[in-house]
Design a protein around this ligand. Structure first.
Ligand code: FO1
Length: 317
């Protein structure tokens, strides 16, 4: 059984723990995660891939579970030194253990390896049980257009998210480099070879929609043989975690399970979804889209594995 998952960072990582638990009961299963890299950023000369790292650390059991990102047992001595030098940005915290990951990645990229190879090399150490692929090997970063002094200014997604805590009203999201981006090595193959494609309950705008906008990925899902089942990241009109409610209105999409289903669209109507899981009590009516309501709180890998089992059932697999 081959399962391919589209995922963002913290929520995507938790979801993948459940997919891995589900697949543990199936002989010869293979899980591939296509991970958002729109959040990637270069700071202090280091290439940082927050979503890939959140997924890698979480699946390795090495994540700080409270924050959901970075390493458990982290120390911040290098960051303290950078702050003492007044080296900007001081609002983005890099831990000592985490910096080792960024050093290896930055060196390998500088040596000419594509991000997909670098990611595979980093995962070698952690034995995640899931093949992690960046959505693209090209640099393709999300910028947020905000209003300033009667005009507009674009800032990097991390500056908007971390420094301003998504509090500056966003006018638009722009993916720099998107037009020339191609799916990373292995992405189209993982979609074409899948028995089931799952869309994790990640941020629908800055994680999932970013992946779907990489030229070729949405088309591969639409023309691929595997059913595509999504899980709503919105429960009762609010995101389970994160700040999707600051992102969806920017696209004119209602913060609801129905709004996100409409954003992804039913495959039968030119979108990508063949099925949609919503939380008990949420209702979605989209022509041509089978919907299943159940508990969608990812309280443990086992609880999430049961969601995946229902997704597989909805897919008829
Ligand atoms: N999130 C924060 O809220 N504050 C930080 O200082 C911060 C640093 C950081 C460093 C490395 C990394 O991989 C992730 C980091 N994050 C931090 C999380 C990150 O900003 C995001 O939550 C995502 O990009 C959204 O998925």
């Amino acid at each position: 059984v081959r399962i391919t998952v589209l995922a963002g960072g913290v929520g995507g990582a938790r979801f993948l723990q459940g997919v891995r638990a589900f697949a543990a009961g199936l002989a010869g299963s293979e899980i591939t995660a296509i991970v958002n890299t729109g959040d990637d950023v270069t700071m202090h000369g280091l290439r940082i891939c927050p979503d890939l790292d959140s997924v890698m650390y979480t699946l390795a059991g090495a994540v700080d579970t409270e924050r959901g990102w970075g390493r458990e047992g982290e120390t911040w001595r290098i960051m303290d030194e950078l702050v003492s030098y007044g080296a900007e940005p001081t609002w983005f915290a890099l831990g000592d253990l985490d910096i080792a990951t960024h050093l290896v990645r930055t060196q390998m990229l500088a040596a000419g390896y594509p991000l997909s190879d670098v990611t595979a090399a980093l995962c070698q150490r952690w034995q995640t049980g899931v093949r992690l692929l960046p959505m693209t090997d090209e640099r393709c970063e999300t910028h947020v257009v905000v209003a300033e002094d009667g005009g507009r200014r674009a800032i990097h997604f991390q500056e908007w998210w971390v420094r301003h805590r998504a509090g500056l009203p966003a006018l638009d999201f722009v993916q720099i480099g998107l037009d020339s981006a191609r799916p990373a090595a292995g992405v189209l193959e993982a979609i074409a070879a899948a028995d089931l494609v799952l869309i994790a309950p990640s941020n629908p705008v800055v994680s999932i929609n970013t992946i779907l906008q990489v030229p070729g990925i949405a088309g591969a899902l639409r023309s691929g043989p595997a059913p595509v089942i999504g899980l709503s990241p919105i429960i009762g009109g609010a995101p389970v975690r994160g700040m999707a409610d600051a992102c969806l209105p920017v696209l004119g999409v209602e913060t609801s399970a129905a709004g996100v289903a409409g954003l992804y669209g039913a495959r039968s109507a030119g979108g990508v979804l063949d099925g949609w899981l919503v939380h008990t009590g949420d209702t979605v009516q989209l022509p041509g889209l089978p919907v299943l309501a159940r508990d969608l709180l990812m309280t443990s890998p086992e609880a999430t594995a049961a969601m995946v089992a229902d997704a597989a059932r909805l897919a008829g697999r």
